[in-house]
Write a protein that binds this ligand. Structure first.
Ligand code: ADP
Ligand code: F6P
Length: 327
C-alpha cells in the first residue's frame, strides 16, 4: 500500500530497562509500517544509537522469529548524553540527515521523558509504554508487566515449597524501586502473608506480630512479598526480624533481573502487537507527542506531556485487600 500521509520514513528504538514484549512490538511496528508503505529504520541502542546514527533499514524478515523472545533485538541503553540539549540536537541532526520523519520510542517513564524533549523540539514522536513496574501514567498495563508477574508467581510458588517443608518465613523481593504494583498483585495471587511497598513505610512491629500470629495459628510457612523500594530494605528488614526471636526462621530471596527476562506471555505479545500497530496508525493519521495506552480493552492515546508530569499511583484499596486476604 502506498502511503498518502506526510510520513514516509519512521525510526524505532527501545530504551531504558528492557521488558518482555518489546520484540513483538518492534515486529508489529515494522510489519504494520511496511504494510502501509513506510520505510522503517531500526535504531540500535536506544537514544545513544540515535545520537551516533546507528541506523539500519528493517524488512519483514528481520522481525521473523522474535515474537517469543524476551529482551530487545534493537538493544536498549541508558544515555547520559541524550539528557543534555547538545545530545538531543545531535540526535535530531542524525534523524534529519537520514530523512526520518517520525520516531517510535518503546520504553519506560525515563524514555518517555526523552520522547517529550524530542516532541518539544518539533520531532514527530509517539511513545509506547514498556516497563515491568507498571508505573506509567496513561495506560492500565505497560508491555512486560504480565510476563514479570507470571515469573514472580512461578518463583514464589517454588519458594513456598521450601518454606512450608522447613516451616520458614521468606522475605521475597520483587522489582519496583518506586512502585508496589508488582508486589501487590503477586501478593494477592500467591496468597502471601503480607505485602510491603515503597508507598507505605513498613511498620516492623506490625509485621512481626503478623508473622508471630501466623506461626501460632499453625501456618506451615510465611511469605512476605517486599517491593524493592520498600523501607526498610529487604536485607535490613531480614536482619531486624532475625533479631526478634519469632517462631519462624527467616530467609531472604531477591528475585532480581530474572523478572525482566523470558518469553513474553500471550497477554504481553498481544498488547505489544496492538500497541505497535496502533502507534504506526496514529502517526500516519498525523498524531504526534502522544503515548499509546490501554484503557480497559481499548487502545487510547495520552499526551506525553501528561504521561511525564502526572503520576500513576497504586490502588490503596487493592493493597489493603492483599493484606486482608492474607490472614
Ligand atoms: P526507563 O525508560 O526504563 O524509565 P531510564 O529512566 O533509565 O529508563 O531512561 C532511559 C533513557 O531515557 C535515559 O538513559 C536517558 O537517555 C533518557 N531520559 C530519561 N529521562 C530524560 C530526561 N528528563 N530528558 C531527556 N532524556 C531522558
Ligand atoms: O525496569 C524497571 C526496574 O525494573 C526497576 O524496578 C528496577 O529498580 C530497575 O529496573 C533496575 O534496573 P537496572 O538494573 O537496569 O538499573
Amino acid at each position: 500500500m502506498e502511503s498518502t500521509s506526510q510520513i514516509k520514513k519512521i525510526a524505532i528504538l527501545t530504551s531504558g530497562g528492557d521488558a518482555p514484549g518489546m520484540n513483538p512490538c518492534i515486529r508489529a511496528v515494522v510489519r504494520y509500517g511496511i504494510a502501509n508503505g513506510l520505510t522503517v529504520i531500526g535504531v540500535d541502542g536506544g537514544y545513544s544509537g540515535l545520537i551516533h546514527g546507528d541506523f539500519h533499514e528493517m524488512n519483514l524478515r528481520d522481525v521473523g522469529g522474535i515474537m517469543q523472545r524476551g529482551g530487545t533485538i534493537l538493544q536498549t541503553a541508558r544515555s547520559e548524553e541524550f539528557r543534555t540539549q547538545n545530545g538531543q540536537r545531535k540526535a535530531i541532526r542524525q534523524m534529519s540527515s537520514e530523512g526520518i520523519d517520525a520516531l517510535v520510542v518503546i520504553g519506560g517513564d525515563g524514555s518517555l521523558q526523552g520522547a517529550m524533549k524530542m516532541h518539544a523540539q518539533g520531532v514527530k514522536v509517539i511513545g509506547v509504554p514498556a516497563s515491568i513496574d507498571n508505573d506509567i501514567y496513561g495506560t492500565d498495563m505497560a508491555i512486560g508487566v504480565d510476563t514479570a508477574l507470571n515469573t514472580i508467581v512461578d518463583a514464589i510458588d517454588k519458594i513456598r515449597d521450601t518454606a512450608s517443608s522447613h516451616s520458614r518465613a521468606f522475605l521475597v523481593e520483587t522489582m519496583g524501586r518506586e512502585s508496589g504494583y508488582l508486589a501487590i498483585q503477586a501478593g494477592i495471587v500467591t496468597g502471601a502473608e503480607m505485602v510491603l511497598i515503597p508507598e507505605v513505610e513498613t511498620d516492623v512491629e506490625k509485621l512481626a506480630k503478623a508473622m508471630d500470629e501466623a506461626y501460632r495459628h499453625g501456618k506451615s510457612h510465611c511469605i512476605i512479598v517486599c517491593a524493592e523500594g520498600a523501607t526498610p530494605h529487604t536485607t535490613e528488614l531480614g536482619q531486624i526480624i532475625d533479631g526478634m526471636d519469632l517462631g519462624f526462621t527467616t530467609r531472604i530471596s531477591i528475585l532480581g533481573h530474572m523478572q525482566r527476562g523470558g518469553k513474553p506471555t500471550a497477554f504481553d505479545r498481544l498488547l505489544a502487537s496492538r500497541f505497535g500497530a496502533r502507534a504506526v496508525e496514529f502517526l500516519i493519521a498525523g498524531q504526534s507527542g502522544v503515548m499509546v495506552g490501554l484503557d480497559g480493552n481499548k487502545i487510547t492515546t495520552t499526551p506525553i506531556e501528561d504521561v511525564t508530569t502526572l503520576k500513576r499511583v497504586v490502588s490503596m484499596e487493592v493493597y489493603e485487600m492483599a493484606n486482608i486476604l492474607a490472614r
